[in-house]
Write a protein that binds this ligand. Structure first.
Ligand code: SAM
Ligand code: DTB
Ligand code: SF4
Length: 337
């Protein structure tokens, strides 16, 4: 079945909510299909929910960089590792809004603000809420990623009009303690539940290529696909090597075809979610990105930097999307709650 598609890229919903009872065995079976069969299935599912020629564009800004007390073994912003990232203070609201205006002028429809915190202090939230209100008033969607949240903090962000909260599970339950010891996967899931209860849409994904097995990668996606409600937005980050971090000492980036398989699996398991090609695009060839779009990825971060690392610039992305005949989405591409 190919449902009628809308020219603005809005999803076309199938009747009924997507499945949330996937098992790891079922997911692994799909993951291991012959590549043409896997891509065919991913593309068929993609077309039921989205216009496959439309890609959402979001721009990131690090509003508070470095000095983070957590020990995430991949991260440039942990205070525990010598990565060359200098710790800064929370940015002023006006400077953030100036960056949001630049992102909007560059075509981004969503503005994502990230802070290197374990969790925000209540007084920090005053400024973050003012940023959210300011960005919303520009007509952009808002997303923030601030670490762990209490229910009342989620409520404050929701009241400020926040659209999305990004909080990644990052890897499988089994591999999690190899990468992060200062919090657990269950801590992450608790924040996600608080975000949901506050009525904010969830952006949650992970990293591929930190030394995890294929089974860990599949398991990470099954954790997301068996949440009571799928995240509306699923960022897949290709591990970005940061010198000085523990992960950089032992991991090797994911093999490209393995990454595409994971994109396709995310698309099939969470058919109505936006799947974002996140970190690591600057190290991906045009051909690899094209395969990811064919496998169901339909969102990218645009702009020269992510939080602390590089990203292909807007011109390069516009050129690639142009050659692929893909176009940027108009606002509000993902399903509303
Ligand atoms: N402190 C908040 C938190 O941890 O949720 C927000 C910022 S944190 C940098 C957001 C996400 O960026 C991480 O969960 C991780 O998935 C991703 N990330 C960070 N460093 C990365 C790297 N070197 N390679 C790939 N992804 C990375
Ligand atoms: C996500 O999954 N990826 C983005 C966003 N959510 C916050 C962050 C990527 C960070 C890459 C490393 C850096 O630039 O520091
Ligand atoms: Fe801190 Fe987030 Fe980096 Fe972990 S991923 S060290 S919580 S900024």
């Amino acid at each position: 079945m190919r449902a009628g598609r809308r020219s603005d890229g809005l999803p076309v919903r199938q009747a009924g909510a997507p499945r949330t009872d996937w098992t790891e065995a079922q997911a692994r079976e799909i993951h291991d299909l012959p590549f043409p069969e896997l891509l065919h299935r991913a593309q068929s599912v993609h077309r039921l929910h989205f216009d496959p020629a439309v890609v959402e564009t979001a721009t990131l800004l690090s509003i508070k960089t470095g000095g983070c007390p957590e020990d995430c073994g991949y991260c440039s912003q942990s205070a525990r590792y010598e990565t060359g990232v200098k710790a800064g203070k929370l940015m002023e609201v006006e400077s953030v809004l100036a960056e949001a205006r630049r992102a909007k002028a560059g075509g981004a429809t969503r503005f994502c603000m990230g802070a290197a915190w374990r969790s925000p202090k209540d007084r920090d939230l005053d400024a973050v809420c003012a940023m959210i209100e300011g960005v919303k008033s520009l007509g952009m969607e808002t997303c923030v990623t601030l670490g762990m949240l209490t229910p009342s903090q989620a409520g404050r962000l929701a009241a400020a009009g926040l659209d999305y909260y990004n909080h990644n599970i990052d890897t499988s339950r089994a591999f999690y303690p190899e990468i992060i010891t200062t919090r657990t996967l269950d801590d992450r899931l608790e924040t996600l539940a608080n975000v949901r209860a506050g009525g904010i849409k969830v952006c949650c994904g992970g990293i591929v290529g930190m030394g995890e097995t294929t089974g860990d990668r599949v398991s990470m996606l099954v954790t997301l696909a068996t949440l009571e409600r799928h995240p509306e937005s699923v960022p897949l980050n290709m591990w970005n090597e940061i010198a000085g971090t523990p992960v950089a000492k032992k991991a090797r980036a994911a093999e490209p075809i393995a990454f595409v398989r994971l994109v396709a699996l995310a698309r099939i398991l969470m058919p109505a979610s936006v799947v974002r090609l996140s970190a690591g695009r600057h190290a991906m060839s045009d051909e690899l990105q094209a395969l990811c779009f064919l496998a169901g990825a339909n969102s990218i971060f645009t702009g020269d930097v992510l939080l602390t690392t590089g990203n292909p610039g807007r011109d390069k992305d516009a050129d690639l999307l142009g050659r692929l005949g893909l176009r940027a989405a108009s606002p509000a591409m993902s399903p509303s709650p």
